[in-house]
Design a protein. Structure first.
Length: 435
């Protein structure tokens, strides 16, 4: 397998993805035969094919890692504690392997100030509230939000807010607050009542679904500026994704997304190769329904597909999977700066602290080591600039168990992109960008 190109099919013919630059081209029968022959003959023949048709030249992505990029987002682990006892929790019940704690005001204040002061006029930043369960420390959420607004306004810095919550502690006045400040609210919910309650229980053993749906009602009704999304952690116990997607859309979520469980404290809840195959089949079924609904002009907020199509349409290509350690950091309750929220209290991702700032050398070493060209077998994979090398936390602690799943899903997304560009190009025009 060469990592320079990917040959794929849609309902409208054969196509070529050139990995560098994420460029898509239609292939007529003759070109498709030439490409197939070049792939069979190996790298020199493929290079000649690309050169012959003007598809090679200056690289969009080289071996140079990011150095000292500006920080534009932080997440505050304002409550390293949780009222649920989800068996798959990467944060070990919300406490990240240590004692339960709440972030004090000085840490939140200093983290927000550092973010805004270093952003510069005209920049936009995001502050996320996470846990554990962040609503355990509700007062700090509200104080930090109003403080950030007050600090950002005179500096001409745009600031947005987000929160990830299990929704069990929501109050009606939270809906008004989140709406006022335009929060992006992500609710962790794992499907239909039975499926959810198997996975997301209170510490004493009772299920949480009924309470969540009851507490969510004011939030879902209030969303105008606020956006309320559902995030489903997929384990071997809740693989009925098509049923889950329709159920959660029916509840009123503006988007629903799935994340495979690949690394957690209970290995029985991690997806193995067979479970990942099942998940991919379910994701494909969701994608097919998404296409049908979009062509019919009906909304179907399947966020995995919507985000993939947006990235493909933009021609997105990147040497990292996300902003972890680059433009985004997680802040622990005691002020540690980590590559992202998943690395909180993990020495593998500690890159400084709020009091002293980032350790420049450690951060740049991280960015050099995590560049996709330094990852194997990513450096020879056609999906590398769409995937970026995979979640750093999962790769470091579990390895690359999901590569076939990722490639399979991206192949489906590429075909869906072509199908929808042929049938509903207005779907992409409405969302801006160009390929």
């Amino acid at each position: 397998m060469t990592g320079a190109v990917h040959r794929f099919a849609s309902r409208h013919g054969r196509h070529l993805l050139v990995a560098d630059g994420s460029r898509i081209y239609d292939l007529d029968a003759q070109l498709d035969r030439e490409l197939a022959e070049a792939l069979d003959m190996g790298a020199p023949a493929l290079d000649a094919f690309l050169a012959r048709y003007g598809l090679s030249g200056v690289r969009y992505i080289d071996d140079q890692p990011l150095t000292d990029p500006p920080v534009r987002a932080i997440s505050l682990a304002i409550a390293q504690k949780c009222n649920l006892g989800c068996a798959y929790c990467y944060a070990q019940g919300g406490e990240f392997g240590g004692a339960a704690k709440s972030m004090p005001w000085p840490v939140a204040r200093d983290a927000v100030l550092r973010l805004i002061e270093e952003a510069g006029a005209g920049a936009r930043v995001n502050i996320a509230f996470m846990g554990g369960e962040p609503l355990i420390n509700r007062d700090l959420i509200r104080r930090a939000t109003t403080f950030a607004r007050a600090q950002a306004r005179p500096r001409n810095v745009g600031v947005s807010f987000s929160i990830t919550t299990n929704a069990t502690l929501l109050r009606e006045d939270d809906a008004a607050f989140f709406e006022e400040h335009g929060f992006a609210v992500t609710v962790s919910i794992d499907g239909t009542p039975d499926a959810h309650d198997r996975l997301r229980r209170f510490r004493k053993g009772s299920g949480s679904y009924d309470l969540i749906v009851r507490r969510l009602a004011p939030l879902l009704a209030a969303q105008r500026r606020m956006q309320v999304s559902a995030r489903v952690t997929v384990t071997p116990l809740n693989l009925a994704l098509t049923e889950t997607l329709d159920h959660l859309i029916g509840l009123g979520f503006q988007s629903v997304g799935f994340a495979p469980m690949l690394n957690g404290p209970d290995r029985a809840l991690e997806l193995d190769a067979a479970s990942l195959e099942t998940m991919l089949a379910e994701m494909i079924a969701c994608a097919r329904k998404f296409e049908t609904e979009v062509v019919a002009g009906r909304p179907y907020p399947f966020s995995n597909m919507m985000e993939a199509l947006r990235q493909i349409h933009r021609g997105a290509h990147r040497p990292y999977p996300c902003g972890a350690g680059a433009g985004y950091f997680g802040v622990s309750a005691d002020g540690g700066l980590f590559a992202c929220h998943r690395f909180v209290e993990d020495p593998a991702g500690r890159l400084g602290d709020v009091a002293h700032g980032l350790d420049r050398g450690k951060r740049n070493d991280w960015l050099a080591a995590r560049h996709v060209h330094r990852q194997s077998p990513c450096d020879t994979c056609w999906a590398r600039y769409l995937c970026g090398g995979g979640c750093h936390h999962e790769v470091i602690h579990r390895g690359r168990s999901a590569c076939d799943f990722i490639r399979g899903w991206l192949d489906v997304c590429l075909a869906s992109y072509v199908n929808l560009m042929e049938q509903r190009p207005d779907f992409f025009i409405a969302r801006g960008g160009a390929h």
